[in-house]
Design a protein around this ligand. Sequence first.
Ligand code: NDP
Length: 460
Amino acid sequence: MTEEVDLFVIGAGSGGVRAARIAAGHGARVMVAEEYRVGGTCVIRGCVPKKLLVYASRFSHEFEDAAGFGWTVQHPVFDWTTLIANKDREIDRLEAAYNSTLSKAGVTIVKSRAVIEDANTVRLLADERRIRAKHILVATGGAPGLGEKIPGIEHVISSNEAFHLTKMPRHVLVQGGGYIAVEFAGIFAGLGAQVTLVYRGENILRGFDDDVRHHLRIEMEKRGIKVITGCTVAAVEQHGTHFSARLSSGNAVTADQVMFATGRNPNVAGLGLEAAGVRLAKNGGIAVNEFSQTSVPSIYAVGDVTNRINLTPVAIREGHAFADTVFGGKPTRVDHSNVATAVFSEPEVGVIGLTETQARDQFMKVDIFKTQFRPMKATLSGRDTAILLKLVVDGESDRVVGIHLVGEAAAEMIQMLGIAVKMGATKADFDATMALHPTAAEELVTMRKPTVSHIRRAAE
Ligand code: NDP
């Protein structure tokens, strides 16, 4: 017998879980299929465990910095097994919480891979059941891609495996220059490993403001991370417990762990999308309209599988908006502009809005307000580090169109600054805000004169 539901969600990650819960709240009969663990990438092997590892890695700096404040900290010892066990316990707790939230909302969870058979039918591979659904939501996320199949690729791990290593590597090679590469380089270095980061481009974090890229690279190097740019890993050979990574430059790097963070691909394979007539976009994600509806009207898609902005809160918003649109009688679009983002590198990066280059392409006059300074804590700790704060202002309207921060608590700062930018705050609004002393963030409201003003000439 075929079961019938109003909504069938494929994938119980951030986007799918939110959509399922809200749709059920609107009175829909909802079923969710998950082939791995409830919670998805963010909870199980992404943002959450990553941040826990970031916290762990930062203690080494705290121990070092403490001496200047009068503390004697004798030989702190780090135990990887304890960290991973505690992290796993927390992830188990969160997974249970997600399961319980769904159950309480009246959502049926099935542990199975699901394949779309047609516009309104899904087949569960675990027991070959067929489910008829008025609507289907694809929320299958993405998965790490390791790039070209170089010799020795079988020795390379992705971030997925990095969360479950049985022992802490001492020499790590990370390939990539994006979020995951710089975050894991910071984690391993903070935990005491020697880290080499290999990136194919000119500088890490392509797409970010050039000052941020430059500043972060210098800060990472100060913390002992070796950054090699302009080349790739061409082959990986195993020699006993170690690996030798041959670079395209001809050099070799020895490591006991080689990790690639070379991007993530939307999980679209084997879902029956093509047969059902669901079109893909050029970037490999499922093509959707502003309501997350695919080329098949009864099938929707949210989150990383659509390859729009691949961030958890965006997936959650998209899932919520979908449920309100389809089941709540309230058509809702997600505003993908001015989304704040953070890189949990060491030190942190927080950004929102346009880079200086983007603003100069877009506006006739652009004012840049930029400051770099030694954080107060470093005056006693003696740490060689600097904070970067940068405002990008449309010189004609005075609106702050971009903010770029590198330094401690940059993620926390940018979340709050995001409200001001979203509200259309001007530089005059920043100037009118009283400083809070002594903080690093006070510099954001005390920069009076532009460091530089760009005026576009008519021919440009
Ligand atoms: P990114 O797209 O951020 O970075 C991928 C990196 O790998 C780039 O530097 C890219 O180089 C490089 N690369 C790609 N292909 C190859 C190749 N074949 N050989 C060598 N280098 C290659 O992906 P990540 O994997 O770091 O993260 C995936 C996404 O997950 C992020 O974009 C982000 O949306 C999300 N994320 C967000 C986090 C956060 O919010 N803090 C944390 C982690 C992930 P190039 O620049 O030249 O293209």
